[in-house]
Design a protein around this ligand. Structure first.
Ligand SMILES: Cc1cc2nc3c(=O)[nH]c(=O)nc-3n(C[C@H](O)[C@H](O)[C@H](O)COP(=O)(O)OP(=O)(O)OC[C@H]3O[C@@H](n4cnc5c(N)ncnc54)[C@H](O)[C@@H]3O)c2cc1C
Length: 385
């Protein structure tokens, strides 16, 4: 998908600014993206005009961002409006982060400015039919032939795979797994749209098949054999974004629930006056704040360059995703029959939230990682200095 808009640069991305943009531009279109199963080019341009596609990189690194706390606000607010757009922003940010951190100078000069500007959208191709949570079992292959790499393999569930311009692909070389940046228009790349997904329906998920796909020698990013380490680093950014997006879902559930409870009368009283309804609203409000604080802690640790951010991000993602599912379930309940209709967005929130428990490391995988870390580190306290 190509857009012609110059990016804004150096945004501080205040909540007031990004929140107003989301209310004006994203919220009104989210139901349509969900119903049609696709976004439109104009919203890509609107994001580009505000510098959102480049926000994962600081201005000093050639991006448009102002650090991880600001990034969390961006991804939370976009997630409040539309999880499909937030998912597209997530995978694009992952690909751009990988390019900036591990890409060759040739790859950077080819892609970076376009990706920062949103003129080239990125996607993340890790999952395969037999390699899901256990991505180390990936089978896609890359072999060297002269000045080229030749890729073969089958990737599943690629968010944005229908529209992306550049694909971050993980494949096994003779030395071990490696990461490649592949032009999505290269010969040998076949995209198959995935229909009927439970949530994030507008995120244009695709299966992508690589058949004798030839790319230049500069397409590899990072050392051969380092692919799993790169995937882990990129997944940390993805998890962070998804955690922030889940805070947005929680906030949207809170707003929808409060709005409905303030209007609907049953049993001679507004819903908000019934104590069991108050319990629902209190739980969503508490978990929204707690999840946001966990994301902010992970952000501050990232900005401080602390390795503790990895576990803080797992914890934030696990808590935010499970809380978002519970909040969306409760929000549907609070709306009664109307919660099961398209009249209100809470049904979409529930479908979108469920996806968040599966992507970027499922809830069970986060539990394994968190418990392993807690046991190894004897449940030590992590403070942000
Ligand atoms: C809408 C959507 C978008 C996606 N976008 C992308 C994308 O852009 N790029 C990409 O590469 N992938 C993407 N994925 C794929 C996603 O990352 C995988 O679905 C996820 O990693 C889980 O893999 P799996 O579906 O094969 O499930 P499996 O790994 O087969 O897991 C099945 C179940 O077993 C559990 N389980 C697995 N291993 C363990 C374990 N060791 N201990 C305890 N429980 C375990 C899981 O939690 C899960 O409940 C997307 C998926 C969806 C639904």
């Amino acid at each position: 998908m190509t857009v012609q808009t110059e990016p804004a640069v150096g945004h501080a991305f205040s909540r007031a600014e990004i929140g107003a943009f989301v209310d004006e531009v994203v919220v009104p279109r989210a139901a349509e993206f969900d119903r049609l199963g696709r976004i439109d080019a104009s919203i890509v341009a609107e994001f580009a005009a505000r510098g959102l596609w480049g926000a994962v990189l600081s201005v000093a690194d050639g991006g448009t961002g102002a650090g991880m706390t600001a990034l969390a606000t961006v991804h939370e607010e976009v997630g409040r409006g539309c999880s499909s757009m937030r998912s597209l922003l997530t995978v694009h940010s992952m690909a751009l982060y990988a390019l900036d951190r591990w890409g060759t100078e040739a790859a950077k000069s080819r892609w970076k400015a376009h990706m920062v500007a949103g003129a080239a959208l990125g996607a993340f191709c890790l999952t395969e039919p037999e390699a899901g949570s256990d991505f180390a079992a990936l089978q896609a292959s890359a072999r060297r032939e002269g000045d080229e790499w030749v890729l073969d393999g089958h990737k599943l569930w690629v968010t944005g795979g229908q529209l992306a311009d550049v694909l971050l692909v993980f494949a096994r070389t003779a030395v071990g797994p490696a990461a490649f940046l592949v032009d999505a228009a290269a010969p040998g790349v076949r995209r198959i749209p995935v229909e009927g997904i439970t949530g994030t329906r507008g995120s244009q998920v695709a299966e992508i098949v690589f058949e004798n796909c030839r790319v230049g020698s500069d397409a590899i990013i990072g050392p051969e054999g380092m692919g799993l380490a790169i995937a882990t680093g990129v997944l940390d950014i993805g998890r962070f974004s998804v955690a922030a997006g889940c805070v947005g879902i929680l906030q949207a559930c809170l707003q929808a629930s409060v709005s409905y409870a303030n209007k609907r009368h049953q049993g001679g009283a507004l819903l908000r006056e019934h104590q069991l309804v108050q319990q629902i609203i209190a739980t969503i409000a508490t978990n929204t704040r707690a999840a946001r604080l966990l994301v902010w802690q992970a952000a501050q640790l990232k900005d401080a360059g602390s390795p503790d951010t990895i576990m803080a991000t797992c914890i934030a993602k696990q808590f935010a995703a499970t809380s978002a599912v519970a909040a969306a379930n409760d929000a549907v309940q609070l709306h009664g029959a109307r919660g099961c209709s398209d009249e209100f967005p809470v049904g979409r929130y529930l479908r979108d939230a469920k996806v968040m428990e599966i992507i970027e490391g499922s809830t069970q995988l986060q539990h394994v990682l968190i418990a392993t870390d807690a046991c190894q580190n004897r449940a030590r306290v992590v403070d942000v200095e």
